[in-house]
Design a protein around this ligand. Structure first.
Ligand SMILES: O=C(O)CCC(=O)C(=O)O
Length: 203
């Protein structure tokens, strides 16, 4: 598979198209926060179509008690050290510059319809890294993205990211808080999330 061409081919001034001017920081407490940038990727529909066509989609399985079940979404993954698609690299460069880390791994999720979902969890990178940053670009249909304390309790934040929005989870969020994209009967179509992690301390 080749990953040639830029998401911004034929478009001018990429820098201005991935601007952090509209960034809003939302603290969860004195250790954890989310950054939200609405419509961060203006050409989100182009990116959605390219990734839908080109990403190496797979449906993973999960062990539940003594049964293997299919995860209710498709994923495409690039581990640390693997070359990222050109379109993803173009998202990573401004994020690296803004946050001063190396977003070096990528998992793209495809929620094909409202039956696809991901349960409450925190990202596993927390087991190998203190305070990892996790950046998510949401494409396609808007879906609920909810946050609650890791020990359980009521939802404290509700977002409906889609159409190029960026959310960055930071501070101790992966240690102290959980997030989910729940099933949603009323979902208007497919949603894709490009999730980027920095997984090496000091990088
Ligand atoms: O799709 C999203 O916005 C969240 C994905 C997620 O939390 C994960 O893959 O670990």
């Amino acid at each position: 598979m080749t990953w040639q061409g830029s998401l911004f081919d034929g478009l001018e001034d990429r820098g201005e198209r991935l601007s952090f001017d509209a960034l809003r920081r939302e603290p969860l407490d004195d250790r954890s926060w989310l950054d939200v940038v609405p419509a961060w990727v203006p050409d989100h529909d182009v990116l959605f179509a390219r990734m839908l066509e080109r990403a190496p989609w797979q449906q993973r399985t999960r062990q539940m008690w003594d049964t293997e079940v299919l995860e209710p979404r498709l994923v495409a993954a690039w581990r640390t050290g693997e070359e990222l698609p050109a379109e993803v690299t173009e998202l990573v460069a401004p994020l690296n510059a803004r946050y001063g880390v190396d977003f070096d791994s990528c998992l793209i999720n495809l929620y094909r319809d409202g039956s696809d979902a991901v349960a409450w969890h925190a990202d596993t990178v927390r087991t190998t890294m203190r305070d990892p940053l996790v950046a998510t670009v949401s494409l396609g249909a808007r879906r609920s993205f909810l946050v609650r304390p890791a020990e359980g309790g009521p939802v404290v934040r509700r977002y409906a990211p889609g159409e190029g929005d960026l959310i960055v989870m930071g501070g101790a969020m992966q240690h102290d808080w959980h997030h989910t994209v729940p099933r949603e009967k009323s979902a208007s179509g497919a949603r894709m999330s490009i999730t980027l992690r920095h997984s090496r301390p000091g990088a």
